[in-house]
Write a protein that binds this ligand. Sequence first.
Ligand code: 5GP
Ligand code: ZN
Length: 137
Amino acid sequence: MSNPSSSSSSSPPPSSSPPEHVSKADCLFCKIRDGQIPATIVYRDERVLAFKDIGPKAPLHQLVIPLDHIETLAEAAPAHEALLGHMMLTAAQLARDAGHGDKGFRVVMNSGVGAGQTVFHLHLHILAGRSFGWPPG
Ligand code: 5GP
Ligand code: ZN
């Protein structure tokens, strides 16, 4: 069986090829994206992935990540503007889908060690199902 990728160096990849994403080796969330580490996936599209947090801090605790590896919000670029907006709207949709649109929910993005970020693949927390204090701890 011939290898289509070697038949012509100028051929575009077949349309069924899996999309390639910006990745970082040994990134936990890149591995979840690629199915190398299991997670309870709640949503996926061509730009973002959402899954349940392994250590929930509220009855609803989900994470929305970009498929492309971006370390922190501090490192996000103007080119990521639409992606970041899409992450927010995805979070709102997931909160509504879980019945928290009216009752209220919180979205949090920790950027950097000083803010409590522990996984350095940018992510948005969606928290709901309990009351929240302000200011956050
Ligand atoms: P951060 O502290 O970086 O803002 O949030 C990282 C989040 O990732 C934490 O809430 C933590 O519970 C979650 N987390 C860490 N490891 C895993 C994992 O292997 N699977 C899932 N689903 N969540 C994880
Ligand atoms: Zn990553």
